[in-house]
Structures are given as structure tokens and as C-alpha cells.
Design a protein around this ligand. Structure first.
Ligand code: GDP
Ligand code: MG
Length: 169
């Protein structure tokens, strides 16, 4: 039997942390300084090769609901994976990311795989230490990555590992 290799994943995090830029980097391998703020839900489909198999990720980029917290359960319903993003230069966004993770663990799919991502590592003014995020990730049994949507560093790895975790390959 052909296994189901088609999965919904969601990106969550404060506005401006770089969620849309990460998806843009993954799908188009490009970066844009002034990406239009996302309006409405946006879904990008990306195939990721894992060994001999191809996993299809339906990536939902949350859009503006950062501000309308109560709407988001609709977004992560049915999601097998979640990428929770913060901006390494913004401690408030890190706090929000950890809140998201706790919320997903409580209200999301039982077996959803979650990865924590510290984005914008190309910037000098880091305020959230990697060790802080890594400790939180260890304690909550998550993977932690740092990325730059601007340079592309670490971006593919995030989606690859998540696809791998979800499909258990
Ligand atoms: P979203 O609201 O989470 O979707 O964030 P966006 O993708 O719209 O990005 C918000 C702003 O941060 C934009 O001006 C982006 O150009 C910028 N940005 C996103 N990712 C990076 C990054 O890795 N490095 C830098 N320097 N800027 C970034
Ligand atoms: Mg966006």
C-alpha cells in the first residue's frame, strides 16, 4: 500500500518574525525585504524528498491572526507538524513562541511534531541566547534550529527534519 505522504503543517509565531520569508525562501529560494504582509490564510505546497520517498507538505502560513489569537485553533486543527518561529533580536517574540508551544501541546493534534525556530541569525543584535531556547526545547522534547530567511542558512533543514519526523522515515 502507498502510505499517505501528504501532511498539513502550520507556521506560528508573532508577526514580523519571518514566517512568510521562511516559506518564500523554501519555495522560491529567494528573500524579499518587503514581502507583502500576508492577508488571509496562505497555503504553499512543497514536496520534500526523503530517501526514496517524497513527502508533500501543505504549509499554512498564518496571516495576521497573530493579533487575533482566538482564530488560530482553526489553523492548527489537523496539522501534523508545526514550526514555531521567533526573532532572535526580539525577546517578546521568544516568549510568545514558548506560549504557542504550550498551547499546541494542550490543544493541538496529539501526535503533532513541533520544531522551534530562532530566525534572523544574520542580524548582529541577538537578544535571545541559543542556550536558552535549546534548554526549553530539550525540556519540552522538541527540535530547535536557528535560521536566516535572508541568507537561507538553516532553512531547508527545518522543513526536512519536520517532514522526516512527521513521516517517521
Ligand atoms: P511574518 O510576519 O512572520 O510573516 O514576517 P515576514 O516574513 O513578513 O518578515 C517580517 C520582516 O522581517 C520583513 O521585513 C522581512 O524582510 C524581515 N525578515 C524576515 N526574515 C529575516 C531574516 O532572516 N533576516 C533579516 N535580516 N530579516 C528578515
Ligand atoms: Mg507573514
Amino acid at each position: 500500500d502507498q502510505p499517505n505522504l501528504d501532511y498539513k503543517i502550520v507556521l506560528l509565531g508573532d508577526s514580523s518574525v519571518g514566517k512568510s520569508s521562511l516559506v518564500f525562501r523554501l519555495s522560491k529560494n529567494r528573500f524579499c525585504e518587503n514581502l507583502e504582509p500576508t492577508i488571509g490564510g496562505l497555503c504553499v505546497i512543497q514536496n520534500i524528498e526523503i530517501g526514496e520517498s517524497e513527502v508533500k507538505l501543505k504549509i499554512w502560513d498564518t496571516a495576521g491572526q497573530e493579533r487575533f489569537h482566538s482564530l488560530t485553533p482553526l489553523y492548527y486543527r489537523g496539522a501534523k507538524g508545526a514550526i514555531i518561529v521567533y526573532d532572535i533580536t526580539n525577546s517578546e517574540s521568544y516568549k510568545r513562541a514558548t506560549d504557542w508551544i504550550l498551547e499546541l501541546r494542550e490543544n493541538g493534534e496529539q501526535d503533532a511534531k513541533i520544531v522551534l525556530v530562532g530566525n534572523k541569525i544574520d542580524l548582529e543584535r541577538k537578544v535571545v541566547e541559543d542556550t536558552t531556547a535549546q534548554k526549553f526545547a530539550d525540556k519540552n522534547d522538541l527540535h530547535f534550529f536557528t535560521t536566516s530567511a535572508k541568507t537561507g542558512e538553516g532553512v531547508n533543514q527545518v522543513f526536512f527534519v519536520l517532514a522526516q519526523l512527521i513521516s517517521q522515515m
